[in-house]
Design a binder for this molecule. Sequence first.
Ligand SMILES: Cc1cc2nc3c(=O)[nH]c(=O)nc-3n(C[C@H](O)[C@H](O)[C@H](O)COP(=O)(O)OP(=O)(O)OC[C@H]3O[C@@H](n4cnc5c(N)ncnc54)[C@H](O)[C@@H]3O)c2cc1C
Length: 515
Amino acid sequence: MLIIGGGVNGCGIARDAAGRGLSVVLAEMNDLGWATSSASTKLFHGGLRYLEYFEVSLVRKALIEREVLLQAMPHISWPMRFILPYHKDMRFEAETPVSKLLSFVMPWMRGRRPAWLIRLGLFFYDTLGGRKILPATTTLDLREGPEGAPLDDKFTKAYEYSDCWIEDARLVVLNARDAQDRGAQILTRTKVTAAHRAEGLWAVTLQDVRSGAERVVRAKMLVNAGGPWVGEILQDRVHIDTNEGVRLVRGSHIVTKKLFDHDKAYFFQGGDGRIIFAIPYEGEFTLIGTTDQDHGSPEEPAVCTPEEQQYLCDFANGYFKQDITREDIVWTFSGVRPLYDDGASSATAATRDYKLNVKAELGAPVLNVFGGKITTYRRLAERAMEKAAVFFPGLRGDWTAGVPLPGGDFPVDGVAELQARLRAEYPFLDEAWAGRLIRAYGTEAGAVLGDAQAADDLGRDFGATLSEREVVWLMEKEFALSAEDVVWRRNKLGLRMTAEQIVALDDWMRARAER
Ligand SMILES: Cc1cc2nc3c(=O)[nH]c(=O)nc-3n(C[C@H](O)[C@H](O)[C@H](O)COP(=O)(O)OP(=O)(O)OC[C@H]3O[C@@H](n4cnc5c(N)ncnc54)[C@H](O)[C@@H]3O)c2cc1C
């Protein structure tokens, strides 16, 4: 099986397929997860707002999946509580089926979201997904407690519900690593430039994007998990005519210095019917997003425009006491959602569910992946294997539910204990450093540090607690090739390192790779 695309879906499929005994090659033209899969809002969530589109099946699937995933990766994912402040002026997006229904039966509401409806939605959210670990929704008085302190005084009441945080870029890499451990070949900086059917197989041309060198590999089945490029791959590489497509919808986030002092996130509803999140991020920061903007082509770089930055500041300013301006933004990131084109009239309304289709009429099969969410990647891989089983008779059954990713073999509430053990073993680590290592590597944190007795034994210090030994681990085990791979995807130390430190790291990595 040859998989095009090293995002969450490609890597999830590679892991699942390799674990079933298939011979797997995955080709990624850049770094793993560099495109959409490192630019999400980083939530394993059911998607509360999709209930307004009656996407009950998607929400249910995703809600159930949250706890399955949490248990398999308790280092890179954790439960998070969300505060949804209520105010009577909150409005629906006019397009949603629930909004249309409500305007019909209760026209005097004029598009407002009534409190009882939000509570009803949260009741479904709590019950649809069979929660065991995550606590239920509660009602909060914002005039008391830390949750109300940073908000405007007009917000006196809120609901508090559960979802989970996920380190999206690490999720991708750990799936790739596990796939490799199970026999898959993971090729990064490798572009699929052409694929032709010949004698019942695919002949696929792979190009090393750094040297330009090309080679051809043969595969029985092709998987097109190109995310925003899925349509381009179908038309220009695989040469299949189809009227199915993706709708490219850009979403941007801004990061500011932290705006509040607790570990819960906020879910804000705007006057335009949209919602945004404000989430505690990397200890000292707040992450705010996202936007929904139609995006021209996958080749167009995804950047957070000044207008999007202003929109997110204004949105947050409607809630926080402390106003933020574009000057307060320390980092932005943008990604393009490859949504299945179902003809929806607005970007916000386009379905977030995935669609898989197989084209096999002309010989060797190609499986195309449209849409999907980080939250449903494992389920999507299982469904992909169901489709593949037709062409690989005797393929083993589902196996990934409950099987930990590398470093994730410990209980969901076991982080504090692991951290304490790591500090006992490596007394030179302070609390924050040990915490960062456990959150990144889980039970493998000790293997990253090896036999070090003191910080000096870890080799060169690149800044912000990034040591030579850790960088070597990332290069040898986690496919990192450049400083950007390390400081913006394997971790987020780019927020703490200076530009000079990042350049020095890049020079060091390049010299090591050449050696
Ligand atoms: C702003 C935003 C917020 C989101 N928030 C959430 C969230 O909170 N929770 C959630 O569950 N989901 C969220 N999502 C959705 C989720 O991020 C995406 O559905 C998911 O990341 C898509 O993964 P993918 O593997 O299909 O695509 P990608 O991650 O884009 O991967 C596709 C890969 O294919 C590679 N590729 C393309 N063409 C070729 C070629 N010819 N040769 C080799 N490689 C190629 C690309 O380089 C790319 O790396 C969000 C999305 C966005 C944009």
